[in-house]
Design a binder for this molecule. Structure first.
Ligand code: SF4
Length: 224
């Protein structure tokens, strides 16, 4: 990444982290994806230390998965990864693990968008990810590339509809037999398709428990 762009992103991240703190959420900035990987593992270590084995629930995230982080998390001493995507699980077993994941110790995911004033905007298919972000796991760690920053909530929702939701359709189409109009032209039609994956909007304005949510902002683009 060009040095001036990285400097701009670092300054912007500092602004967002201050606004997260006003909303009782924590934040940190790392320039690269590799440093993000180390930061997430460090935060899991802190959240789990002294409290016995920590159960970490895996949520659908290209940002986390793209870094190969799930294998790193599963290999951490004292950590059990609850993985609904593990090979060999039936759809029902995966759904049950997602349900159990609402009582995990730590949730690791990304956010579809983050606003300059520190709000987290997400759109889910089943809702388990946004449910766990909201309540249940004692610690929520979100890995968010600076490509997901939007000026405000309207911009964030626009970003999710224009980029994240159609791209997630492309990712999941084959595995889930999706037949949604965005698969044809790459645009969201706000459809009412039987296989629609855009069901639950969530806007997190703040956290009741200070620093329960920690957002790791990454200078490099991550996910979509
Ligand atoms: S609402 Fe429908 S058209 Fe829009 S992204 Fe979701 S599945 Fe695709």
């Amino acid at each position: 990444m060009d040095a001036p762009v990285l400097r701009q992103r670092e300054k912007l991240a500092g602004h967002i982290i201050k606004n997260l703190a006003k909303r009782k959420m924590a934040g940190s900035f790392v320039p690269t994806a590799q440093e993000a990987r180390a930061e997430v593992l460090r935060l899991i270590g802190l959240a789990g230390s002294g409290a016995g084995p920590a159960r970490v629930i895996r949520c659908g995230s290209e940002s986390v998965g793209g870094l190969g982080l799930w294998a790193d998390i599963a290999a951490l001493p004292g950590v059990t990864l609850m993985d609904p995507y593990a090979p060999g699980l039936t759809r029902e077993q995966g759904a049950e693990l997602r349900r159990q994941g609402l009582l995990a110790d730590i949730l690791v995911a990304s956010s579809n968008a983050i606003t300059l004033d520190g709000r987290l905007v997400n759109l889910d298919g089943t809702g388990n990810r946004v449910a766990g972000m909201t309540f249940g796991p004692r610690k929520v760690i979100l890995l968010v590339g600076m490509n997901k920053v939007a000026a405000d909530v309207e911009g964030a929702m626009g970003r999710v509809r224009a980029i994240a939701a159609p791209a997630n359709n492309m990712r999941l189409a084959e595995a889930y037999g999706l037949k949604n109009p965005c698969l044809e032209d790459g645009r969201c039609h706000q459809c009412a398709s039987e296989t629609r994956i855009c069901n639950v909007w969530s806007i997190i304005e703040g956290s009741a428990v200070r620093d329960r949510i920690h957002v790791v902002l990454v200078g490099e683009d991550l996910g979509y």
